[in-house]
Design a protein around this ligand. Structure first.
Ligand SMILES: [Zn+2]
Length: 66
């Protein structure tokens, strides 16, 4: 159980810039940093704010609010 638990949100309509897969992008926070990751390939990108979500141009499904 060494793996950190991270809440992942799928980004609807987002396309992976690497493998071009649709709806394979997940968005989550690592140490407060927004991170996007493709579940189909090894693509991942980190940005310090919400720009990532907006760049992905999709509606976020299942937003977790505290
Ligand atoms: Zn990909």
């Amino acid at each position: 159980m060494a793996e950190a638990r991270v809440k992942r949100r799928f980004v609807a309509g987002a396309k992976c810039p690497e493998c071009k897969a649709m709806d394979s992008i997940v968005l989550f926070k690592v140490n407060g940093v927004e991170t996007v990751e493709c579940i189909d390939c090894d693509y991942s990108e980190q940005q310090p704010d919400e720009k990532v979500a907006k760049k992905a141009t999709g509606d976020v499904i299942g937003v977790f609010k505290p």
